[in-house]
Write a protein that binds this ligand. Structure first.
Ligand SMILES: [Zn+2]
Length: 324
């Protein structure tokens, strides 16, 4: 169906992990990203966010097989690697930032402390260290896949400890434990944050060449664990912050983690009231314009597409499941 659906692809790390101090970090290699762009440009029309928003508001139609490229977490990879690859092809991406990571005083987000510590220590040693540091009785084996937005490629063993740290430990306790372990096993976290994330100068440079930015909460806490008032605290300053940085008229949002269980029934309303133009979750299918809630728009992952998937084009049932 032309013009009424859009595929939205989500990216995180785009780097040659083997060449970094953390070769275990799961990243999309730059040459695979380039191959995926080749594939997308052969099959799809890559659009930018203003065009997507115009279609969402019924002010314009989309080309057949429209696709939007989105990049989460404000990683420096998006400046060093993604920006030149997109610019060389005349393409534009949409980049989602947390203020704690990309603001004036960058702090390393808990989600990245967990990833980096897992990479440095391995699942077993990290799990042991967390339990020792917080004197918890044991890791509950109840992690449900949808909590993390259904990621079949996610290391099965790491799920329980990730779930425990992100979903069950009180925030303050998790912050204390992760900071302590990071300092002991990796180093000073503020210094690390300054090398991991985009800074305001990079963001402004990217905005000046047509890249679009959105908000991803202030601190990347899981919204489902917060009261409506606490959620509003995470969300309310994002629109003004992104506008001041980029001059954008509209500001989109994407949910941390992103599965429907990572936010609450109040969240889409709070986002609308806070002035965001739309919000992406990680329900893996196409966006159906005019039918999907603009504050719960689905996205697929880079790993759902070639060159990761053997099938070409990607399996039809993957995209049409909810149309049936
Ligand atoms: Zn994120």
């Amino acid at each position: 169906m032309s013009g009424h659906t859009c595929l939205v692809v989500m990216y995180h790390y785009v780097r040659d992990s083997a060449a970094t101090a953390f070769p275990e970090i799961r990243a999309l290699a730059p040459e695979l990203f380039a191959r995926q762009l080749d594939w997308l440009q052969g099959q799809y029309s890559i659009i930018d966010l203003p065009r997507f928003e115009a279609a969402l508001n019924r002010e314009a139609s989309l080309p057949p097989n429209a696709v939007l490229l989105t990049f989460d977490d404000g990683l420096i990879d998006h400046y060093e690697t993604v920006l030149p690859l997109l610019q060389a092809r005349g393409l534009r991406g949409t980049f989602f930032l947390s203020q704690d990571a990309c603001g004036a005083s960058p702090r390393l987000l808990a989600v990245h402390k967990v990833q980096l510590l897992l990479a440095r220590l391995g699942v077993e040693a990290f799990s042991r260290a967390v339990l020792q540091a917080c004197a918890a009785p044991g890791i509950p084996r109840t992690a449900s896949p949808e909590v993390f937005g259904v990621a079949p490629w996610e290391d099965e063993d790491a799920r329980a400890i990730k779930h425990f740290v992100s979903h069950q430990l009180p925030f303050v306790e998790a912050e204390r434990v992760l900071e302590e372990l990071f300092a002991r096993h990796v180093g000073e976290s503020d210094a690390f944050a300054r090398r991991l994330y985009l800074n305001p100068g990079m963001i402004q440079e990217m905005a000046a060449v047509g890249m679009t930015f959105g908000h991803h909460t202030r601190s990347h806490r899981m919204l489902a664990r917060l009261s409506p008032g606490e959620q509003a605290d995470e969300l309310r300053s994002g629109v003004a912050w992104i506008r001041a940085l980029t001059g954008q008229a509209t500001v989109p949002f994407c949910y941390p983690w992103g599965g429907p269980h990572t936010y609450t029934r109040d969240t889409p309303r709070i986002l609308r009231e806070s002035g965001y133009s739309l919000a992406f979750n990680t329900v893996r299918r196409r966006v159906k314009l005019g039918r999907d809630n603009p504050y719960e728009l689905p996205r697929i992952d880079t790993r759902d597409l070639p060159p990761y998937t053997a099938a070409e084009p990607p399996p039809a049932e993957f995209f049409s499941r909810e149309d049936a």
